[in-house]
Ligand binder design. Structure first.
Ligand SMILES: CC(C)(COP(=O)(O)OP(=O)(O)OC[C@H]1O[C@@H](n2cnc3c(N)ncnc32)[C@H](O)[C@@H]1OP(=O)(O)O)[C@@H](O)C(=O)NCCC(=O)NCCS
Length: 169
């Protein structure tokens, strides 16, 4: 999937934030060679470099049915600038199958240029091809950036709540 990367809000205060407006944005399934930049983007965002975790995510989501399990990367001028990961979950919590996004990250240098939006559109298109009509995600309550992003995409509070407890011993 190749699209021209243009700022969606001409003249906006954030114009120029995108990495080379007009450059081609490519969104495609991850390849093994993309893992280093993916790990680097994640480490920039979370402060932790998790090589084993990413190798395992690649094995689980980088291969197999591309519409049920998706690990997509965004590239500008052949450089990985973002990624999104998700899967179709069948009947979780009694709900009909729906698409879950559990990670989306854009390189801080490449943000506010529409790349996050394109990644979410691409994974949503894959979920629709898999036959699901609902998109869900989970996020940290204090992560206002990701909340603003998902709200801007039309996502709203859903019918599920998360619960947790410490496991003793
Ligand atoms: C959230 C994220 C993916 C957005 O990527 P992006 O490429 O900058 O997103 P877009 O340019 O498509 O922005 C779409 C909309 O999101 C909202 N948004 C994005 N960044 C925002 C910010 N810093 N403040 C407020 N709203 C913001 C805006 O409504 C924006 O639309 P606008 O530019 O017309 O105002 C990116 O900021 C990121 O990777 N953040 C860290 C994510 C994270 O914490 N991941 C860990 C948990 S999975």
């Amino acid at each position: 999937m190749t699209q021209a990367l243009t700022k969606r809000r001409p003249g906006g205060a954030r114009a120029g934030a995108s990495p080379g407006a007009g450059a081609a944005l490519v969104i495609r399934p991850v390849r093994r060679g993309d893992l280093d930049p993916v790990i680097a983007i994640d480490a920039t965002v979370t402060g932790l470099e998790k090589r084993k975790y990413w190798a395992s995510i690649y094995r689980r989501y980088g291969a197999g049915d591309p519409s049920e399990r998706q690990f997509l990367v965004a590239l500008v001028e052949k450089r990985v600038v973002g990624f999104v990961i998700g899967e179709v979950r069948d009947w979780g919590f009694g709900s009909p199958p729906c698409g879950w996004v559990f990670a989306i990250d854009v390189d801080p240098q490449a943000r506010l240029g529409g790349i996050g939006t394109r990644l979410l559109e691409a994974i949503s298109a894959g979920f629709r091809r898999a036959g699901v009509g609902k998109l869900r995600t989970m996020l940290a309550r204090d992560n206002t950036l990701i909340l603003s992003f998902f709200r801007s995409q039309g996502m709203m509070a859903g019918p599920l709540i998360s619960l947790e407890m410490d496991l003793e011993g």
